[in-house]
Design a protein. Structure first.
Lengths: 310, 365
């Protein structure tokens, strides 16, 4: 019983990080029909930039309070990622908007590896210890179940961010423009929506979310390195597909569900396969789910969008 | 061959015969020239030939059939591990090369069908992710299947693979022609691989102008229309996947035998991406493109390794960018810039014709 509750809690934590990343995928896909492969690597840049800032702050003002330090490093990481998101859209994807389908996708893969390589040049190949600014001393709300403050912080702040994003998309002027552009580019631009700005804005927002998710991810595991964005990126994409790509609520739901499946799966795989497979196979759950969803319900849990858009 | 000939700059259009001989001479003389720069360069050429086979196979899937496969290296892995299981001290089996090779090809082909079935209905971008996931799953299994039963020997990989033995003629041993003259094993491998690549080129070229190749092209250009004119797109996709995978499997067997050991490290996503870049760089859907792309992008990082490292040492006093970083930088930039500036690749594929005669005519023009 303790294992079950523990794994559910772990699943919720990692699931809410996946959800944040998945939002970036789903927004871009909803508007452009493009899988932005490099999204996971934006996360990595966010985490490493935050790390760099923290190191700097620790050197300059050693007595600074952890919360202030975290806030400042986020304040640096978010704009850096926003700029990367904007630059990717402006320099590469925008030129390929009318190219054949494979071209933007291949470019996105190239982008992903370019970001990884640049990060490797700047930060080296080593794993860096990520300072755990929020306490990681486990608490025991129930006997045998451990929760750390950083995990609580992750769940609460991602919930807040998701609420904020929903408000942005559903209640504001730019949100309406985003929805209009997603529905139909050309008609939206005929109605006076500046679609280029809207698309750039979408990339920027997605990148900001990725930066935050990156800091959360690194804080949770306590490490950061140049290749850290790849797996969460893939899993978040799976989450977006699971929820119904292009659908914001779906991305959130998909993220949580994926997190739960993954941590429950990792917790029980050894029993289920009689010790043949162990938790080092954790990563295959996402791919199996992805395969199953795409075969049986390609529209995802909440998606109603027809998968083939002209 | 014709396509390769017409790809030779300047000469290809004016004097196809001369261009043809030029290619043949270069192909034969390459290892002898490379030997002048050191033995490792012949080895690099051998690997370049393996990459050519991979690029040809991936080109079937991506270029001809228009299915973006990001897990292609998994089939290479299947081939290499088949060879490792059946011809190494690991399970103490030493089956002859001519039995293992078809088996490796068949297993890889089957893996291709297995992957193909579930993903048939997916469109391009989903397909890319699912194949990528497939590649990762294969890698995770290779890494972890050493416990509780040791099958793959985990991250250490498998050592001591048998070398290629062509009816009692061991390619790993230098060939003694006369008492004083012997041909180095690396040359033997080179010419054997060259023969394989030439065979592949002929096969792929015949395939491209066959009924199947035309069906693929139709499917790639417009799937709905292809269905409407009676092409069984499901079977065609499966065929593309399995044939492409077979190429990967054959190349994998050769790789395992040549290198002598296999480990999961050789089959990372980066390698899938590298092969894809070769195809994209050379020109998708184009045999000459795949060949030129593979040749360029297999050799360039090695040349950079030799040039850039000493250059950095003299300029900055230490090495800023190590060769592996340079290779990644080169590949990713090649991919992005090619898509932005010249999406059809170095050697753009021409419109295809239904009849082989026309293909010849267009090549002779």
């Amino acid at each position: 019983m303790e294992t079950l509750i523990q794994q559910i809690l772990n699943g919720l934590v990692i699931g809410s990080v996946y959800a944040l990343i998945a939002l970036g995928y789903t927004m871009v896909y909803g508007i452009l029909g493009l899988i932005n492969f490099a999204h996971g690597d934006v996360l990595m840049v966010g985490a490493l930039t935050a790390l760099q800032t923290m190191m700097f702050l620790m050197g300059v003002a050693p007595g600074m309070s952890p919360v202030a330090m975290l806030t400042i490093s986020l304040m640096v990481a978010i704009p850096v990622c926003m700029m990367i998101g904007y630059a990717m859209e402006r320099l590469a994807y925008r030129r390929l908007r009318n190219a054949p389908r494979l071209a933007p996708l291949i470019t996105a893969i190239g982008m992903s590896f370019l970001l990884q390589t640049l990060a490797m040049i700047i930060w080296g190949r080593n794993y860096h210890t990520f300072p755990q600014l929020i306490s990681t001393t486990p608490m025991q709300p129930i006997e045998g179940v451990f929760v750390t403050p950083v995990q609580i912080f992750i769940v609460i702040s991602s919930a807040l961010i998701m609420i904020g994003l929903s408000l942005l998309v559903n209640k504001t002027r730019i949100g309406r423009a985003m929805r209009a552009t997603a529905e139909n580019h050309r008609v939206a631009s005929l109605m006076g929506v500046d679609t280029n700005t809207v698309i750039a804005f979408t990339f920027v927002i997605g990148a900001a979310l990725a930066a935050i998710a990156g800091v959360m991810f690194a804080s949770n595991y306590g490490i950061a390195h140049y290749g850290m964005g790849f797996m969460p990126g893939l899993k978040a994409f799976t989450a977006a597909v699971l929820g119904g790509i292009g659908n914001l609520g779906g991305a959130m739901l998909g993220g949580i569900v994926l997190g739960l499946v993954e941590s429950l799966g990792a917790g029980y795989i050894e029993h289920l396969t009689f010790g043949f497979l162990n938790s080092s196979y954790q990563d295959i759950f996402a791919f199996i789910i992805l395969g199953l969803v795409l075969i049986f319900k390609p529209t995802g849990l909440l998606g109603e969008r027809v998968s083939d858009r002209a | 061959m014709n396509e390769l000939v017409s790809a030779v700059p300047w000469l290809g259009k004016r004097n196809p015969m001369a261009a043809r001989w030029l290619i043949i001479i270069i192909a034969i003389a390459a290892p002898i020239i490379a030997m002048q720069f050191g033995r490792s360069w012949v080895r690099i050429l051998d690997f370049a030939l393996l990459y050519m086979m991979l690029a040809l196979g991936l080109n079937l899937v991506v270029g001809f059939a228009g299915l973006l496969d990001l897990g292609y290296i998994a089939f290479y892995a299947v081939g290499a591990y088949t060879f490792a299981f059946l011809a190494s001290p690991h399970f103490d089996m030493h089956l002859p090369f001519w039995i293992v090779l078809p088996l490796g090809a068949a297993f890889a082909g089957m893996a291709g069908i297995m992957l193909g079935f579930p993903v048939l209905r997916l469109r391009g971008d989903y397909l890319a992710i699912v194949t990528l996931g497939f590649g990762e799953i294969i890698r995770i299994f290779m890494n972890n299947l050493n416990y509780p039963i040791n099958i793959t020997n985990g991250p250490q990989g498998i050592n001591g693979l048998d070398s290629i033995n062509l009816f009692g003629w061991d390619l790993a041993r230098n060939l003694q022609v006369t008492e004083d003259i012997s041909i180095h094993s690396l040359y033997l491998y080179y010419y054997f691989f060259l023969a394989c690549v030439v065979g592949s080129i002929i096969f792929v070229q015949r395939l491209q102008i066959s009924r199947v190749g035309r069906a693929w092209a139709a499917m790639r250009d417009d799937e709905l229309a292809a269905k409407a004119i009676g092409i069984n797109t499901r079977n065609m996709k499966l065929l593309a996947f399995s044939l492409g995978a077979t190429f990967g499997g054959v190349a994998g067997c050769l790789f395992g035998a040549f290198q002598g050991f296999v480990s999961p490290e050789s089959f990372s996503l980066m390698e899938s991406i590298a092969v894809l870049t070769m195809v994209v760089f050379g020109g998708m859907g184009n045999i000459a493109g795949a060949i030129v792309g593979a040749f360029t992008l297999a050799l360039l990082p090695e040349i950079l390794r030799d040039v850039a490292v000493p250059l950095q040492q003299t300029l900055f006093g230490h090495v800023l960018l190590d060769p592996e970083v340079l290779r990644m930088l080169l590949l990713s930039l090649a991919m992005i810039l090619m898509m932005l500036l010249r999406p059809s690749g170095l050697i753009p594929a021409r419109a295809r014709y239904a009849h082989p005669e026309n293909l010849h005519r267009s090549a002779a023009e």
